[in-house]
Design a protein around this ligand. Structure first.
Ligand SMILES: C[S@@+](CC[C@H](N)C(=O)[O-])C[C@H]1O[C@@H](n2cnc3c(N)ncnc32)[C@H](O)[C@@H]1O
Length: 245
């Protein structure tokens, strides 16, 4: 099967994630992947500790817990790229104080409106419909970019990383969680849309991350495998843009 064009990929992502918002549950996939609150708990989120609505946890669809690998400063500007229902955005917002703020960015409008509704208590959360490959942000304006389970969904990964690099301040961080390729995967002949939407088909190897991060200019990074699922592994990546303090 031929890989669909980038435009087609973004169209079916909007459709699949739009459906997820309407259904109120992230458990729509044909893939045997856990989702929602039980996935969040398995990834180390304390789902009872903070006042995030249960309905929001049910729409959690991340691949890891990126805030676990970075300590925030209260005055940071944080972007949550492919924020979905905005769980990581809200968790960051609990910690930030003005002028600190979070900007959740996502392709799927329906999920963003739910994110806005569920984060009513956080005036420091802002929501923007946008594409990770063309960020609607000024250069060097962001201290931290969180990317949880959305990088594999972006067709042009070098462009997405270059955009993150562009908007990060000197010394700024990227904290990313996604599935990475650690073995040989059978070619996907059926259910490509599902496999792509659930971070499986678009996964890169550690070596591919190394070369892309270097190509766009990052000066330091650390990629750690968390749990293994055959040819794929859940991983956390922390990368830093050089310069700054
Ligand atoms: C697997 S979900 C993860 C959502 C969220 N980060 C979480 O942890 O629940 C992937 C999200 O990425 C969004 N997405 C996919 N491609 C995108 C792109 N090119 N730009 C912005 N968002 C994108 C989807 O709409 C979806 O909400």
């Amino acid at each position: 099967m031929l890989k669909p064009s980038a435009k087609n990929i973004k169209d079916f992502i909007r459709e699949i994630y739009g459906r997820l918002a309407t259904a109120g549950t992230a458990n729509l996939s044909r893939a045997p992947i856990d989702s929602g609150e039980s996935l969040a708990r398995a990834l180390g989120y304390d789902t009872s500790k903070l006042s995030i609505p249960q309905k929001a946890w049910e729409l959690f669809a991340g691949c890891g817990n990126p805030l676990e690998i970075i300590g925030l400063e209260p005055d940071w500007t944080v972007i949550d790229l492919g924020c979905g229902v905005g769980i990581d955005s809200q968790l960051a917002a609990f910690f930030l104080e003005p002028p600190g703020r979070v900007i959740g960015i996502d392709l799927t409008r329906e999920l963003l409106s739910l994110a806005k509704e569920y984060a009513r208590e956080h005036p420091n959360c802002h929501w923007v419909t946008g594409d990770g490959e063309q960020l609607p942000l000024r250069q060097r304006s962001v201290h931290l970019a969180i990317v949880n389970g959305s990088f594999n969904l972006m067709p042009n990964k070098e462009q997405a990383l270059a955009e993150i690099y562009r908007v990060l301040k000197l010394g700024g961080y990227l904290a990313l969680a996604d599935l990475i390729l650690v073995g040989d995967m059978e070619p996907i002949t059926d259910g490509f849309e599902d496999a792509w939407s659930w971070c499986v088909a678009g996964a890169l190897s550690a070596r591919e991350y190394d070369s892309l991060l270097k190509a766009v200019g990052f000066s330091w990074w650390e990629l750690k495998e968390k749990s293994n699922y055959g040819p794929l592994a859940a991983a956390h990546l922390l990368a830093r843009k050089g310069g700054g303090d």
